[in-house]
Each structure stands twice: as structure tokens, then as C-alpha cells.
Design a protein around this ligand. Structure first.
Ligand code: NDP
Length: 487
């Protein structure tokens, strides 16, 4: 499969294909559960198949963890919490975390290729974003492990015990790092459940963790579907639950955990406003808009999925945005030239198609650059809706795909009112030359993260999380440690 430029053939420079070799990765035919430091078959003997979403080709058969396996994993984490990992001094825990971070760096290409195969994201993103950031999270938290007594949580903050962690499919390795690194740095043990459609990099990470010599049971990785996740978060042996995923499932988890005394953090959906003022540097803003919504096919909880343009520059920005979108290359995720990869699963593609149909039915104007989609696999072209009003479904619901809804505003007050007119509150972007306006906006936008003249920037030192239907709790930075400490 090759990448296809969205420009009209023959009218522009064509790139020669530049595929990354998949030879670097050995994908096993079958994967088991990582419990107590070793790979063990599931009690039921059941497995499910994970696919390459770009080709629909089966990649591997992966264990389905049932209640007995969840029990086993939680018991193994409890044992490590009481007898080994939970008793190690911070300086010892740090050594293991540094070792994991270095191993991720050393095997970066392997992780990147596997991530792109299992998730569908372009190799340039898995190579330049997911994998380096995953290593950075382990490095950053390794640095904290022996300094927790100086972090403002009292002289001797204690771990909570066993963390049950459930992650989604949009950043499989990175979300595993976001969950495991702070939990381990603070002395907790973990049972992690990756998403059903993207379990492979978490299982490769399990191998890295085993090689790093962590005490058995410090990290357990159990694969399965939503029922495995529900079994884990509901397990009485879990002290802390950390979840990233949909608002709907987040609410179910909150209800399941209520009254149990378990600590909970939820990182859920978003419908972020990316606000462009008339004094913004337009070319940079256009790059930020593209990065905001088309990075990772728009499968990003903090995606800038609502573009708010100041009316006086709206036409100019839209024109330039369309010209820029015509240069994006959609196709083979392993091609280093590819900008837009595959949609992660058939159900996700159905959801995007459904919401886009609703946008058209409600009267918004749909536009995509000329774009040939590959015949097999799950694909959706970069899409822009203009003429969107706040009541439209595509302005209110998380599409989680490469679809941008464009609205306009006249005054800063109107921009704030429209940006905040959402049940979510995860992120926002502001594009303007005026520093004072950035601060004015940041004070008024109800969002956990506000980016100024940039978008989708992540750093392990910077706390990330939302308000209202986007969840609660922070991941990253000193604030992220608090979620794993009894302080
Ligand atoms: P889910 O919230 O269903 O999945 C996230 C994780 O939770 C997966 O590991 C999933 O397992 C697991 N899970 C599912 N049901 C339960 C449950 N009852 N208890 C505990 N864990 C559970 O997201 P989807 O993959 O279904 O995506 C649906 C929509 O959610 C997307 O279209 C998007 O809008 C939004 N989403 C938002 C994300 C974000 O980062 N904010 C991330 C992913 C999705 P399994 O994979 O086996 O279903």
C-alpha cells in the first residue's frame, strides 16, 4: 500500500513511497497475559484477534482475561505491594524506571512500527511523538521517585497500594506510560488493561518490564474487552482506579467505584475550541489548526475539533486551511511521508460517518480535499464543516475523527461564550499576537489545558486533565503524583 497525496494527480510533486520496514518487529501468533512477571494463558483459554486497521489483516491472537485472571493479577499486584515493590526505597524504584525508559529508547523503532501496525497511526507520529513521550514519562517519574518527601506531600507520603488502570486505543503505549510511570514512581503496583483493538505495544512493554527485572507482580498487564476493564475497576482488591476513555464509560466507572473508598481519576472526552483572532500569525495558526484536529486522525481527547475564527479573517483562514489540507498525504501508516493514517476500527469509522451525515443533514457545508481512499482498511478523508452553528450535533459531540467544525465570532467575549458552550472542559487553543489577550482568554476558558499559539503540545512535567464531563484528576507533573499518594 502506498500513501496517496490529496492533491490532484499530475499537478504537484509526488513523493516516492518511503515505507518503514516491519521486519524489526516479531509479532507472535498468540499472546498471553502478563501476571506475576511472566506470560500466562488465560483461565478460560479464550483469545481474540487484533487487526491492522489499515489492511484489516489479522496481526495476532490475544488473551481474553476473565474474572479468574483479574483475581490472579490483582492478587499478584497485592503481593508485590506488600512484599517487594511497595517496600523498596524511592532510589531503588528510580533505577528500574530509568531502565524501562532507556529500553524504550533503545527499542524505539520496534515500538513505533508495532504501534503503527496495531493502531493505524502514521509512523512519523508513533516515531516522533508516542514513543519518545512514553520514554520521557518514565525518565521524568524516575526523577521523582526518591524526592517525594520534598514534593509538598509531607515528609513521608505513602503509596495507595494496587492501581487498576484502563486505557484507550488512541495512544496505546503512551497511555500505558502515563499510567504506569507515576504509579510505580510513587510505590504503587499496577494492573493495566489496554484497549481491545490495540494491545500489542503494551505487551511489548510487558516484555521490557520483565527484562528490566522489576519484582514480579509490580506490573501486570491483562488484555481483554470492556468486561475485563469493568471486572478490574470493580475488583475489591484495587485501591486506586485510573481510567482514560469515553465519558460514557467514565460515568459507569464512577458509579461502580462510588462508596468503595477507592481513589479515582478520570480522563474523558473533549470538544475543544481552537480560537483564532484577527491578529494571529495566520500561517502558523493554520499549522496549529491542522495539528490540532488531523494529528492522529483526530483520535485525540484534546483535539481542537471546534475551530472558532474571528469573522474578519474567517474567509482568509479557511482558504489557506483548505490549500494546506490539499497537501496532506493519506495512506500507508508505515510510509514515512504519510500524514493521515487509518481509523482505528470499524465501529469508530461508523461513528465518524454517522456524525458527519448528521452534520450534512443539519445544513453545515462539508468539504474535503480530493482524496483517494485505499480500497481495504478503515479510512476517512480530512473533512471541514463550515457554516456550523452551536446547536449542530457536530459542534456538540466528540467525533474523535479527522473532522473539523468551523464557527465564527466577532468579539473576545463571544469567543469565550462559544468556547465554553460545551459539557466538556479538557483543552483549548488561542491564537493571537497579544500576550494580554492570551492571559485574558486563559482566565476565562473552562479547560484544563490552554495552549497559546501552539496546539497538542505535551510534556511529562505539565499536568493534563479536565473539568466537568472531561473528568477529574491530573496526569503529569507534581499534580499527577498526588493521584497516587496517600498524603
Ligand atoms: P471506551 O471508553 O469504551 O474504552 C476505553 C477503555 O475502557 C478500553 O480499554 C475499553 O475496553 C474499556 N472499557 C469499556 N467498557 C468498560 C467498562 N464498562 N468498564 C471498564 N472499562 C471499560 O472507548 P471506546 O473505545 O468505545 O471509544 C468510544 C468513544 O469514546 C470514541 O468514539 C471517543 O469519542 C471516546 N474516546 C475518548 C478517549 C479519550 O481519550 N478521551 C479515548 C477513547 C475513546 P475495550 O477496548 O475492550 O472496549
Amino acid at each position: 500500500m502506498t500513501s496517496v497525496s490529496t492533491t490532484t494527480p499530475g499537478t504537484d510533486w509526488e513523493y516516492a513511497p518511503s515505507p518503514e520496514s516491519r521486519e524489526i518487529v516479531t509479532i507472535q501468533r498468540e499472546y498471553n497475559l502478563f501476571i506475576g512477571g511472566e506470560f500466562v494463558p488465560p483461565a478460560s483459554g479464550e483469545h481474540f484477534t487484533t487487526l491492522n486497521p489499515a489492511t484489516e489483516e489479522p496481526l495476532a491472537s490475544v488473551a481474553q482475561a476473565g474474572p479468574a485472571d483479574v483475581d490472579r493479577a490483582v492478587a499478584s499486584a497485592r503481593k508485590a505491594s506488600e512484599a517487594s515493590w511497595g517496600r523498596l526505597p524511592g532510589r531503588e524504584r528510580a533505577k528500574y524506571l530509568y531502565r524501562i525508559a532507556r529500553a524504550i529508547q533503545e527499542r524505539a523503532r520496534e515500538f513505533a512500527v508495532l504501534e503503527s501496525l496495531d493502531n493505524g497511526k502514521p509512523i512519523k507520529e508513533s516515531r516522533d511523538v508516542d514513543v519518545p513521550l512514553a520514554a520521557a514519562h518514565f525518565f521524568y517519574h524516575a526523577g521523582w521517585a526518591d524526592k517525594l518527601g520534598y514534593a509538598g506531600f509531607g515528609p513521608d507520603p505513602r503509596p495507595l497500594g494496587v492501581a487498576g488502570q484502563v486505557i484507550p486505543w488512541n495512544f496505546p503505549l503512551l497511555m500505558a506510560a502515563w499510567k504506569l510511570a507515576p504509579a510505580l514512581a510513587t510505590g504503587n503496583t499496577c494492573v493495566l488493561k489496554p484497549a481491545e483493538t490495540t494491545p500489542l505495544t503494551a505487551l511489548l512493554l510487558a516484555g521490557v518490564i520483565a527484562e528490566a527485572g522489576l519484582p514480579p507482580g509490580a506490573v501486570n498487564i491483562i488484555t481483554g474487552d470492556g468486561s475485563t476493564g469493568a471486572g478490574l475497576v470493580g475488583h475489591p482488591g484495587v485501591d486506586k482506579v485510573a481510567f482514560t476513555g469515553s465519558t460514557e464509560v467514565g460515568k459507569e466507572i464512577q458509579a461502580a467505584v462510588a462508596g468503595t473508598g477507592k481513589r479515582l481519576t478520570l480522563e474523558l472526552g473533549g470538544k475543544a475550541a481552537n480560537v483564532v483572532f484577527d491578529d494571529a500569525p495566520i500561517d502558523q495558526a493554520v499549522e496549529g489548526i491542522v495539528n490540532g484536529i488531523f494529528f492522529n486522525q483526530g483520535h485525540v481527547c484534546c483535539a481542537g475539533s471546534r475551530l472558532l475564527l474571528q469573522e474578519s479573517v474567517a474567509d482568509a483562514v479557511l482558504d489557506r486551511l483548505k490549500r494546506r489540507l490539499a497537501t496532506l498525504r493519506l495512506g500507508d501508516p508505515l510510509d514515512k511521508n504519510t500524514d493521515i493514517g487509518a481509523i482505528n476500527s470499524r465501529p469508530q469509522l461508523d461513528k465518524i460517518e454517522g456524525l458527519v451525515a448528521a452534520g450534512e443533514a443539519e445544513g453545515a457545508q462539508r468539504w474535503s480535499p480530493p482524496c483517494q481512499l485505499p480500497a481495504r482498511g478503515y479510512w476517512f478523508p480530512p473533512t471541514v464543516f463550515s457554516g456550523v452553528s452551536q446547536s449542530h450535533k457536530i459542534a456538540r459531540e466528540e467525533i474523535f475523527g479527522p473532522v473539523l467544525s468551523v464557527l465564527t465570532f466577532r468579539t473576545p467575549e463571544e469567543a469565550v461564550a462559544k468556547a465554553n458552550n460545551t459539557p466538556y472542559g479538557l483543552s483549548a487553543g488561542v491564537w493571537t499576537e497579544k500576550g494580554s489577550r492570551i492571559l485574558w482568554m486563559a482566565q476565562r476558558l473552562r479547560a484544563g489545558v490552554v495552549w497559546a499559539n501552539t496546539y497538542n503540545r505535551f510534556d511529562p512535567a505539565s499536568p493534563f486533565g479536565g473539568y466537568t464531563e472531561s473528568g477529574f484528576g491530573r496526569e503529569g507533573g507534581r499534580a499527577g503524583l498526588a493521584a497516587y499518594l496517600d498524603a
